[in-house]
Design a protein around this ligand. Structure first.
Ligand SMILES: *[C@@H]1O[C@H](CO)[C@@H](O)[C@H](O)[C@H]1NC(C)=O
Ligand SMILES: *[C@@H]1O[C@H](CO)[C@@H](O)[C@H](O)[C@H]1NC(C)=O
Length: 882
């Protein structure tokens, strides 16, 4: 399927590619570039989108036709056979031999050269060379030897090559070729010109001589290896024998260039020209190249023109080198301009590999429109594309938002013998991932692995990320296994993602296996992954494994947080024999670490959260017995342990006991008040609160918040309002939480407001802030009329307390009872001011519209809500079902 994003992106290019969909098939059988179409198409963008799927097919098939010009099926079959022969035992070699013979090849020097030039892997080339040498009626020639030597030396397989030369005499099929020639050439190409010269010396001693071909191979090697003195000697020999030709001249220019004697190179070429001597294009290209490399572009450009005007040199090669050098130096505009002018003035058509240089550079610089033009030019010119061209085109389609076309071509790749390079694989897989076509991406990846490519680490993590995100965990597992088999170690981030995803999918056991795999390879699982695993095992109630992981992560240098300890201890306490499990973990911890206050506190806290206050108390006593002094945190945690389990009298006793033994401060009082509120014991909480005030201890804001919330819920509005006044006597501000509680209750009932009025009459003067708050409560109760304009209400609230998302939700709820337009306006305002809408924000809007029977609007908001990952509440669901 096409995503919207990429429809938009590809439209620009589709119009450039100008598909004449509406006309007859014969007319449209070739894609051509009609500039005028570009304009019309961009004005008809609506129609563009609906013919898109059709045009995808059309584009793909039109490129397929072009790609089919790359017809090397015979060569592909040869290399298919050679590549398939994996083992080097006799039976597999026989099988390959037989298969090759059945192709009925007619071996000739030029055919063998063609095969060797086509092959990309050395081993297959060697196998073919060997096979060809064993065929009756065919003998390797100097040129075929030279070709295989070049291949070996390019692949830096010098030792293999030297072995080859060493075994030379024993092989039957070499004897037809001149022995010494082959040796000299072999050593020359192998980068051993000294040995080559020795062999040459020995053969001269025996009165033998080299052929012209071998002389030039030797000469060239000497230049390459910078043996400039010997170059002069051999050059003389060549001239004396009258073997001098265009190749000699070209190597001579190379010799000058290599020594950076560019002026002499130029003079040499001019000399040849003025003598009217034979000049092949290579000498000129070399000089142009050397000038470019030393950044003399202007001079090089002039030289190209000058030689062209002389009309004595074939210029194709020099043109190609010139464009390549311009492109590589980042002067892509110059290269393209040159191509354009040469094409129109001289009908110059570059060879495909020249085009490729430009294509690859355009791709790299993301100049897709020009790349599109160039591809179309090649296609129209029926220039037979090669592997590089096809790969570049595939990358182009990916980048241009037409991954569908790329994928179609990919699926058809056997029809035109396309094998993807790693760049094209990367583009294709990356783009498919970005597009959400994860399954396709995965399929392409698997094919690429079969082809012997494996993505790099970065690509791997892109795909792994996508697979984890989409919950395709089995595929992810398979991918990981393949990666590990190939010694590709994914990043810890990838492992992390995967294990987390497994834990989330309630497959914590699988996650644990992967973690074990990591351990086996001595890779340390990250803190976060341990966290996810422990939480996963907590969910599946395997406290024992969670505890094991906790200990393991400590051994591996991570420091678990209190929350993690808490989770593990809670989980252990849910198992059979909780005491035993609990003490076992404690014992291990105490034996591994110096007993300290923090560790004991973790266990008190954990036991408290597991609602095991007796275990917490036992740890507390153990702590004292072992001589570690409990600190205030220990006391607070102990109190909280009791309170969580609603063991009120135990908590009070503990508290009283502490109070008798020492002077206690606000922190312990606060913990008691908040803890009591949490278990709904507002009466005792208030007593302690008052005691605190008597001792002139300032209660924490949390105490106020909890108390006011509870008091309002039980309709003790007067006490709540008194607490607010009390708060203000300290000069402290009403928090968002308290403000929200008040607004929430005034929306529900008028009682709060009435109490407020009553109390104000009793007290003489209220402070400015509280009277504003009173006004607000009145407004929310519907007792005070304020302007409906939301700005005013927001401003009023801002004067009383800072707004938060919850406040906005209250405002929205109030507005949604009257005017949905205003509610929507408020929603936009809150977003603009940086408040994140939450589940309730959306729910209020959906609910509001449903109540009014505006199903379409409700539906729109519901969609947005779901997109943001929120579900509607029960009440709203109920309204929807009516
Ligand atoms: C542990 O698992 C229980 C359910 O078994 C869950 O209620 C609790 O929130 C989990 N705790 C943590 C910290 O993950
Ligand atoms: C109690 O001791 C632990 C561990 O040393 C420490 O983290 C904590 O802050 C201490 N609490 C107080 C209130 O000093």
């Amino acid at each position: 399927m096409l995503s919207l994003k990429h429809v938009a992106k590809s439209n620009a290019f589709l119009s450039r590619l100008a598909i004449v969909i509406s006309t007859s098939q014969s007319l449209s059988s070739s894609l051509s570039l009609y500039p005028h179409f570009y304009y019309t198409a961009s004005f008809r963008s609506n129609q563009n989108t609906h013919f898109l799927p059709a045009s995808t097919d059309f584009l793909a098939s039109s490129f397929k036709d072009w790609f089919k010009l790359h017809n090397n099926q015979l060569l592909d079959r040869i290399f298919g056979i050679l590549g398939a022969q994996v083992d080097d035992d006799l039976p597999s070699r026989r099988a390959a031999d037989l298969a090759l013979s059945q192709l009925g090849l007619r071996l000739s020097e030029s055919f063998v050269l063609e095969v060797l030039a086509y092959g990309s892997d050395v081993l297959s080339c060697l196998k073919f060379f060997d096979w060809a040498g064993r065929q009756p009626g065919f003998h390797h020639t100097r040129a075929t030897f030279y070709a295989i030597f070049k291949i070996l030396s390019k692949a830096k397989l010098m030792s293999l090559m030297l072995d080859f030369l060493h075994n030379y005499k024993t092989q039957r099929y070499f004897h037809r070729v001149r022995f010494h020639d082959t040796l000299v050439m072999g050593y020359a190409v192998a980068g051993k010109p000294d040995i080559a010269l020795q062999v040459f010396g020995r053969m001269r001693f025996q009165g033998l001589d080299l052929t012209s071909f071998a002389y030039h191979v030797l000469l060239n090697a000497l230049v390459e290896e910078s043996c400039f003195d010997s170059v002069e000697v051999i050059l003389k020999q060549i001239q004396m024998r009258g073997l001098e030709d265009g190749i000699t001249h070209s190597i001579t220019v190379k010799n000058y260039c290599k020594q950076n004697r560019l002026d002499e190179a130029e003079a040499f070429l001019r000399g040849l020209m003025s003598e009217g001597r034979e000049l092949d294009g290579h000498g000129v290209s070399r000089l142009v190249d050397a000038l470019c490399k030393s950044n003399e572009f202007e001079k090089a450009g002039k030289l190209v023109e000058e030689f062209r005007e002389s009309g004595m040199v074939p210029m194709e090669n020099a043109y190609g080198v010139w464009m390549r050098d311009l492109a590589q130096a980042g002067k892509l505009d110059g290269a393209l301009e040159f191509l354009r002018s040469k094409k129109s003035m001289e009908g110059y058509v570059p060879e495909v590999f020249r085009y490729n240089v430009l294509l690859c550079r355009l791709l790299r610089e993301n100049r897709l429109e020009e790349m599109c033009d160039l591809l179309m030019e090649m296609k129209e010119g029926q220039i037979s594309p090669d592997k590089v061209t096809m790969n570049a085109a595939l990358c182009f389609f990916c980048k241009a938002g037409m991954v569908d076309v790329a994928l179609k071509l990919y699926n058809l790749r056997f029809e035109f013998g396309l094998s993807l390079n790693s760049m094209a694989y990367n583009y294709l897989i990356n783009t498919l991932c970005g597009d959400g076509s994860i399954d396709e991406a995965y399929r392409v990846l698997k094919n690429s692995i079969d082809q012997g490519y494996f993505p790099g680490r970065k690509m791997f993590s892109v795909l792994a990320d996508a697979l984890c995100r989409e919950g395709k965990l089995d595929k992810m597992k398979e991918l990981l296994m393949v990666a590990l088999q190939r010694d590709l170690m994914p990043s810890t981030y990838t492992f992390d993602r995967f294990i987390s995803a497994l834990c989330k999918a309630r497959r914590v056991e699988d996650g644990y296996l992967i973690h074990g795999e990591l351990n086996r390879m001595n890779q340390v699982t990250t803190m976060n992954t341990y966290f996810n695993l422990i939480h996963g095992f907590n969910e599946s109630k395997r406290g024992d494994i969670a505890a094991g992981l906790l200990i393991e992560m400590q051994e591996r240098g991570h420091t678990p947080t209190r929350a993690l300890f808490r989770a593990v201890i809670r989980c252990l306490c849910d198992m059979e024999n909780p005491e035993k499990q609990f003490y076992k973990l404690l014992e291990i911890q105490l034996s591994h670490h110096e007993p300290n206050c923090e560790l004991y506190n973790f266990f008190i806290d954990g036991a408290g959260h597991a609602k095991r206050p007796e275990l917490a108390r036992e740890v507390f006593e153990m702590m004292r017995r072992s001589g570690v002094e409990p600190n205030r945190s220990s006391h607070i945690l102990m109190l909280q342990s009791y309170l969580k389990s609603e063991r009120i009298s135990d908590a009070l006793n503990f508290f009283t006991d502490l109070r008798q033994r020492r002077k206690i401060g606000g922190k312990l009082y606060n913990a008691m008040v908040v803890g009591l509120c949490k278990v709904n014991r507002v009466d005792i909480a208030l007593d302690l609160f008052r005691e605190m005030r008597d001792y002139k201890i300032v209660p924490s804001i949390e105490c106020y918040e909890f108390l006011i919330q509870l008091l309002c819920s039980s309709k003790k509005y007067d006490t709540a309002i008194n607490l607010i006044n009390d708060l203000e006597t300290f000069g402290r501000l009403v928090t968002s939480f308290i403000g929200n509680v008040l607004l929430f209750h005034s929306l529900k009932t008028q009682e709060l407001y009435e109490t407020w009025i009553r109390l104000r009459e009793v007290q003489d003067e209220s402070s400015y802030g509280t009277s504003m708050l009173g006004l607000l409560v009145g407004a929310f109760s519907g007792r005070v009329t304020v302007s409906q304009h939301i700005d005013n209400l927001e401003e009023l609230i801002e004067k009383c307390f800072p707004l938060d998302t919850y406040t906005y939700n209250l405002l929205l709820r109030r507005l949604s009872r009257r005017d949905m337009d205003l509610a929507c306006e408020l929603f936009n305002r809150m977003c603009k001011r940086g408040y994140e809408p939450n589940r309730w924000t959306y729910d209020i809007l959906v609910h509001g519209f449903l109540k009014r029977g505006k199903k379409a609007e409700a539906g729109r908001w519901l969609e947005e809500m779901l997109q943001n990952g929120f579900d509607p509440t029960e009440g709203t669901l109920h309204l929807m079902s009516i």
